[in-house]
Design a protein around this ligand. Sequence first.
Ligand code: NOJ
Length: 469
Amino acid sequence: MKFANDFLFGAATASYQIEGAWNEDGKGVTNWDEFSKIPGKTFENTNGDVAVDHYHRYKEDIALMAEMGLESYRFSISWARIYPEGTGKINQQGIDFYNNIIDECLKYGIVPFITLYHWDLPLTLEKAGGWLNKTTAQAFVQYASTCFKAFGDRVKHFITFNETVVFCGHGYLEGAHPPGIQNDPKKYFQATHNVFYAHALAVLAYKELNLFGEIGLSNVFAPAFAIDEQQDNIFAANHANQYQLNWYYDPVLLGRYPEYVIERLEQQGYLPDWTLEELAIIKKAAPFNDFMGLNYYQPVRVEKLTGPVQSVELTRENATGRPGKPSFDHVYRSVMMDDKRYTKWGWEISPDGFVDGLDMLKQQYGQIKLYITENGLGDEDPIIDGDVRDTPRIEYISEHLSAVKQAIQHGVHIKGYFAWSAIDLLSWLNGYKKQYGFIYVDHNDNLARKKKDSFHWYHGIIQSRGQDL
Ligand code: NOJ
């Protein structure tokens, strides 16, 4: 089977992780500009001040993407370049920068796929309460509408939010992302609701404009599976899916929250403060949501917790995705299993979990339109005789693209695949050590770009529309 001609082969990045130029051309300061400079918050105290300097080298980078044969490029807009203070006065230089990126993509026939919020929040908004403050949702719609109007003539795909579970979970439970709050489930659920509300408002605002194009959201896709057939563990997997999956997919796709979670949050006093009007907006917007973006890296293997729970210290290292932690409500924990494969950062490699999860998603939500908006391997790539030999990445992506193929054959409606990432970039918590790109960036040689083995391999895959996978 070949992938259809309207299936997009792409790759992705995010503003804070590649742009740099943190204080140039009128950009405002963001939560990450501040947070990454608190000693110990990131690996070797790396930050995005320069990142890989894409802000100044975007022409070179997009030319390389074109050479690789990318059909689509997913990138995010930094809110603080458009609205330095979050709201108020528009910074024209920010609009110009993204117009240049878009036009550069179109010059090569690359379809721009825009993420509006990939975690860098204007600091003024963070200081006013960030995602706990409902006015942030209003500010987001204003910012989103400005982007729709400025770019919507050429950009036909908008993602509102990237991985709500991560920026809210890390922001209010683990304290590993801004605003760095630990163990506060009440705030965590409140923030998620405010984000869903902001998403719904943005979807409605986009539809009002009557542009040709589509809008959706990108969620983490980490389907939970029980470690064995024991009833307790099956219950735990279902519980995990309700909290980590349905809580994030239902409001967007069905326009309501899962009853299972609501009941428990009510008992525990964690139910978000929401108004009937907000719930009505979420409901109204759901049928207009055009697609769901899935960021798939690994499934979760879960085991029911019994007896007293040893709490795990909340550190940066513990927040980087390796299994082993209890859930916030101490119902289950994620487990590393002897018979599974793992990356250097302890992330399971499971194309089968991908197919099974996609089948599960189809069972629950029907044939909704999906894009795989992220998937890839974080690794330390060997350099042999000057060449970047990232064979494990080729294997990883090859196995996962085959999984996508299988799922399509099962009737799952997938319209594109974006590898993470187009180019090596700053990992939020792991600095430059953890590489994902097709293009290597040499931090010892003025950030020079170099094509990796995977660059040439992906080119071939796109050319043949994945026929030989
Ligand atoms: C998900 C995030 O969207 C992205 O920013 C991050 O770098 C990758 N996962 C890898 O962890």
